[in-house]
Design a protein around this ligand. Sequence first.
Ligand code: PLP
Length: 429
Amino acid sequence: MDPLAVRSRDHALALDAADPLRHFRDQFHFPVHPGKEGGKVIYFTGNSLGLQPKGVRAAVEQELSDWSQFGVEGHFKAKHPWYSYHERFSESLARIVCAQPSEVVAMNGLTVNLHLLMVSFYRPQGRRVKVLTEQRPFPSDTYAIASQIAFHGGDPEHDLVEMRPRSGEHTLRTADILSRIADLRDELALVLFGGVNFYTGQLFNMQAITEAAHRAGAMAGFDLAHAAGNVPLALHDWGVDMACWCSYKYLNSGPGGVAGAFVHERHHGPEVPRFAGWWGHDKVERFAMGSEFKPMASAEAWQLSNAPVLLMAPHRASLDLFDQAGMEALIVKGRSLSSFLWHTLEAVSASSGVGLEIITPSAPEERGCQLSVVVEGRGKEVHERLAAEGVVLDWREPNVLRLAPVPLYNSFEDIWRFGELLNGILAKV
Ligand SMILES: *Cc1c(COP(=O)(O)O)cnc(C)c1O
């Protein structure tokens, strides 16, 4: 891309005018930057907490009003009966991760789901005890995996294998991941990767990883916290055994929002070991209150408790927007935004003379919306100055700025404005 065009506001405005998803921006509340006469911030942290869709308030108020009007009878008389409330998510979630509706369920928090799924899919036996994971997984995942290993009497120091990139490289090569899986062979119980690594923004080849894990006789699971609603997924067709994600990042469903889980249909039989609760019981007989657990033949079998309706209402309002926009269009726009950001960073680096190293892979099939950038020696200072100018972005120790323009509510103009601010700041630091 021509560096002059990248730095031109008219060019950014033309890209926005041609964007078929541009109207979705008006469906979101933007924080206001106090220093900027009420101007909207430039929000690049949809990978951390997505903005609030305007439809959320009415969705929550509906449940509050049904509760006040019906009390317990809201389970059946509410506009969206609470008894089956969770079923309103299967179709939309299935579209986001490309699965059968019976393979997905909205429930709990992400780390809770990771544990519940590991109960079923991390079953160390004999020599087959190890879990292979990516470099620098999100800390919660490391704690979950290590505590599961210890729970089964293993030693996390030995049984949790974290892959490191080759020296001088920031991200993992698929070929290296596959050969590591093959090397571990019959010692490997589970391969558990992020779909997109939270730190580098690298999107892993989940299909190849799943196939390699299965060839080794291991299970394949993915934490899709940074992938759901961001990148193309085909969990069913890839044969992934299990996956989980949160809804408050790219899925814009609010802080601590209800998470999601996927279990491939080949694992829906009653013989699969799992922790059980009444909401996983066959729904036809759930209220017969029998003492013997008879699981649903679907991912719902992993549900423990009845649906947290007040937490789910924002999720439903947000997923309506995903249904309207469609994942394919979102992915196309997400790629255009992140490559426009990429070119903007290159142009700003060239004009300011300050090195900006993007550690996220450049190939579109190896990343989502997020770019992770190392600013020569001064990342923290640059972050603080950008924040003072109304750019909301994320700083991660030791030295990475994470920028995630997202297709539902970011514009090309946002990126252009960011580029101009960054250029001005780099001239001074
Ligand atoms: C955001 C994130 C989490 C957070 O876990 P919660 O249980 O939702 O608090 C865990 N793992 C990954 C990979 C994440 O990106």
